[in-house]
Design a binder for this molecule. Sequence first.
Ligand code: SF4
Length: 73
Amino acid sequence: MEASKEHSNGEVTIVWKAALCSHSGNCARGLAGVFKPLEKPWIDPSGASTDEIVAQVSKCPSGALTIYYNKDK
Ligand code: SF4
């Protein structure tokens, strides 16, 4: 498994580090349109607004999810 995966909606990029994920399910419960554990790829950045994605990523308890604005890279 890759150490980390990135998914961009053109404005922001969601970074997920598999090794840190505690599989709490917070992300899927909080934003089901983006975080879909039963699908591959399981993160669909087109499923919600950038603001919703940023807010949900900040609630990841393990630090597995982080985000950066594409203009900053
Ligand atoms: S909220 Fe974070 S730790 Fe929980 S399942 Fe999602 S990515 Fe993993």
